[in-house]
Ligand binder design. Structure first.
Ligand code: NAD
Length: 238
């Protein structure tokens, strides 16, 4: 593989599957046995805030448990950022912190982060590792009951879209890992990159996806194995 200046990597739930975190598609479009609209939409939160807060409390507890840690794919991407001559940017749809725990530093969480809360009143965000409920007070404006998970739910605008657009314009190699191609705008990034016309696009997934036809190359298999292989190719310049 010839040298590229800027490698942009889009990751989805599939990259964290081998770390023990379930994807949406694992269970017929349910997220840990919940309908997505119940736990990942503003309407779901308005209807039943307790259910939503409990759901993310459990996700956070699972993420912080000894059972979950970065896998070979996260580690390989962190090594790529460290050892590659050019720039490496990760755009992740994941709300976990496994890229950071593996050592990646240039990561954009376009769908927010499980370990952060946001105040609906003052819009400040705060790190959170423990459970919280509707009685929690915002450390900023001190109002009670107005904190929500800092997660972009369905129907809300993803974070960093302007920055992402300019990153995609600058991209020389685009790699998509473990994402189904069902959730927009992330699912449209490959088409944007191909329309700009300078980057090769590689898809890593255990199976073909809705958007596979837009990629130049496919690596079919578990992210742990395939991403390690791909990073080796890139670093050796083959
Ligand atoms: P998705 O669940 O829609 O799709 C997962 C994709 O990963 C599928 O195409 C599947 O074939 C592939 N996959 C599964 N196991 C894999 C493996 N071991 N190696 C490689 N590929 C594998 O996920 P998505 O496309 O990221 O979009 C859904 C949304 O799910 C995102 O917005 C994200 O915020 C949310 N989500 C995040 C997490 C997380 O943070 N880990 C977990 C569940 C859902």
């Amino acid at each position: 593989m010839e040298k590229k200046n800027h490698i942009v990597i889009l990751t989805g739930a599939g990259i964290s599957q081998e770390s023990g975190i379930k994807t949406f598609r694992d269970s017929n479009g349910l997220w840990e046995n919940h309908k997505i609209e119940d736990v990942a939409s503003p309407l779901g939160f308005a209807k039943n805030p307790k259910l939503v807060l409990d759901f993310y409390n459990l996700r956070r507890e699972q993420l912080m448990s000894d059972e979950v840690s970065p896998n070979k794919a996260h580690t390989a991407l962190a090594a790529l950022e460290k050892e590659y001559d050019g720039k490496v940017t990760i755009i992740t749809q994941n709300i976990d912190d496994l890229h950071e725990r593996a050592g990646s530093t240039n990561v954009l969480h376009m769908h927010g982060e499980l370990l952060k809360m946001r105040c609906i009143n003052c819009n400040n965000t705060f790190d959170v590792k423990d459970k919280f409920d509707q009685k929690n007070r915002c450390p900023g404006c001190k109002k009670i009951g107005l904190l929500r998970p800092d997660i972009v739910w369905f129907g809300e605008t993803p974070y960093f879209l302007d920055e992402i657009e300019s990153i995609l314009n600058d991209c020389d190699l685009f790699i998509s890992i473990g994402t189904s191609g069902n959730v927009y705008p992330a699912a449209g990034f490959v088409q944007l990159v191909k329309a700009i016309g300078k980057a090769q696009a590689i898809e890593v997934n255990i199976e073909g996806t809705e958007i596979s036809n837009h990629f130049d190359q496919h690596m079919i298999g578990n992210a742990g194995e395939k991403v390690s292989e791909l990073v080796n190719y890139i670093l050796k310049g083959v």
